[in-house]
Design a protein around this ligand. Structure first.
Ligand code: HQG
Length: 187
């Protein structure tokens, strides 16, 4: 029960801190931060009441560490995944040679034509491990995994960023960097 409540509050937080701050009558600053007191008040107003303790527990226990407080504890933001434009001051980093993008098989033809593009998000999301990529893909249908030649992209001067919760981000992945002979299909 408590877990379900936290999951549902977590989903609402994702909506507010990444996509639709107005759902809790809020504005994010240009770096994606929301004032915690206003967030708590806005959640009450929106019919999703939560206490400061609830919020701290959700931030601490969230399976993907999706949110973080600033050093003062007075502001909170999502670590990645935004569709609203924010400057997260992401750390540019050298990626591992290979990264993975989990997607659904129904998107493959379009990705073959256009490459992996960021759609409604600010960046394309990639993971260093297969397990995460399967989970990301499953959200959209029958999953498949596109292995990405990140080493070649980095050599070609393409930038990568690592979010505070370990997600690899880039602007786009043109099809030529997808290791198409190694695509993993769901059985
Ligand atoms: C696909 C979750 C057609 C893309 C996850 C994906 C991640 C194309 C979908 C994070 C395409 C967009 C992001 C093209 C890309 N044609 N489809 N050219 N290029 N696509 O949700 O990567 O749980 O915006 O493959 O774990 O699935 O919310 O991106 O299937 O880290 O924290 O278009 O969101 O994190 O879907 O997921 P999304 P995503 P959270």
């Amino acid at each position: 029960m408590a877990r379900n409540r936290d999951e549902s509050l977590g989903r609402f937080l994702s909506l507010v801190l990444r996509h639709k701050p107005e759902a809790a009558f809020l504005r994010l600053d240009e770096h994606g931060w929301a004032d915690v007191d206003r967030l708590l008040a806005g959640c009450v107003q929106a019919g999703h009441p939560l206490s400061r303790e609830d919020l701290e527990r959700i931030v601490r226990e969230n399976d993907k560490q999706r949110y973080r407080f600033d050093e003062t504890g007075k502001r909170i933001r999502a670590n990645q995944g935004h569709s609203v434009p924010v400057m997260l001051e992401l750390r540019e980093a050298v990626p591992p040679d290979r990264l993975y993008h989990g997607t659904a098989s129904r998107f493959l033809e379009s990705i073959r034509r256009q490459g992996i593009t960021r759609q409604s998000r600010q960046q394309v999301h990639l993971s260093a491990d297969l397990e995460t990529a399967w989970k990301v893909g499953e959200r959209h249908g029958t999953p498949l995994i596109l292995p990405v030649n990140a080493a070649a992209m980095a050599r070609d001067g393409r930038k990568f960023w690592l979010s505070d919760n370990g997600v690899w981000l880039c602007e786009e992945v043109p099809w030529r960097y997808v290791l198409s002979g190694e695509i993993l299909y769901h059985l």
